[in-house]
Design a protein around this ligand. Structure first.
Ligand SMILES: C[S@@+](CC[C@H](N)C(=O)[O-])C[C@H]1O[C@@H](n2cnc3c(N)ncnc32)[C@H](O)[C@@H]1O
Length: 237
């Protein structure tokens, strides 16, 4: 795994962190980026769709889209602890028969992963040094909507990420995070036949949904304005 080594993801996204995130999710719902992706995708229409959720962690997007009309999910994650937590939560919600779990680095597993109508990577590209194959291989498996969230490419965010990485280096933690250029990601997705449909921002994160050119729209209209998106997610500039 190019990001940091599969073991780095395993140690970063461990049992304790998974348990904490699951507890927080049960109490407060999805994190802001996940919440925004869910809203944008629901508005674009998820009824009857299949979802490929890459690096879905404890599975917030999966449960919500299944409960909103999506048909089935493939969940690929590099952390066994997160995947165990997601399996337990899916079971608890009676959704496990509709989720197929695959453990490992998506880039390595991609040839064995089926295409889906919707593909999501919520806070995942920032775990991966080599963004290009991760975005390209995942977009190639997307038939309609491609949802992505990543840290914003601005100096305060990059400074925080650099500082976190410096501490990780100091404490011999092999995990690293990355702030990739949204311009490069956009160019890549455009070249693969996608058009930006919607975008929202927090101070630190950008959440985008692309639609595959020529894919049938089943839901709301393409929208580059925040509209009914959670107001706390929207910042200007
Ligand atoms: C920061 S967590 C985000 C979890 C969830 N999407 C969220 O936003 O709450 C990153 C997740 O991506 C997974 N991940 C990172 N790189 C991956 C890869 N190349 N293939 C599959 N999963 C990956 C990690 O194991 C972890 O579960």
């Amino acid at each position: 795994m190019t990001c940091c080594g599969a073991s780095a993801c395993e140690s970063q996204f461990d049992r304790k962190r998974a348990a904490r995130e699951l507890k927080d999710y049960r109490a407060h719902g999805p994190q802001p980026t996940g919440r925004a992706l869910i809203q944008l995708l629901r508005r674009a229409g998820v009824d009857g769709s299949t979802l490929l959720d890459i690096g879905g962690g404890i599975g917030a997007i999966q449960y919500d889209l299944l409960e909103s009309g999506a048909r089935e999910v493939t969940a690929v994650d590099a952390s066994s602890a997160y995947q165990r937590a997601a399996r337990a939560e899916a079971e608890r919600r009676g959704l496990s028969a509709r989720i197929q779990f695959q453990l490992g680095d998506f880039v390595a597993l991609a040839p064995q992963v089926a295409a889906a109508d919707i593909v999501t990577l919520d806070r995942v590209v920032c775990c991966y040094a080599d963004m290009e194959p991760l975005v390209r291989l995942s977009a190639e498996r997307c038939r309609r909507l491609y949802g992505l969230s990543y840290p914003r490419y601005r100096w305060p965010v990059r400074a925080v990420v650099s500082t976190e990485n410096a501490f990780r280096r100091l404490f011999r933690n092999p995990f690293r995070s990355f702030v990739h250029s949204p311009v490069v990601m956009d160019r890549l997705l455009t070249a693969l036949g996608f058009t930006l449909q919607s975008k929202v921002r927090t101070f630190a994160w950008e959440v985008v949904v692309y639609v595959r050119d020529g894919a049938a729209a089943t839901g709301g209209r393409p929208n580059l304005r925040p509209g009914s998106i959670d107001p706390e997610l929207i910042v200007s500039g």
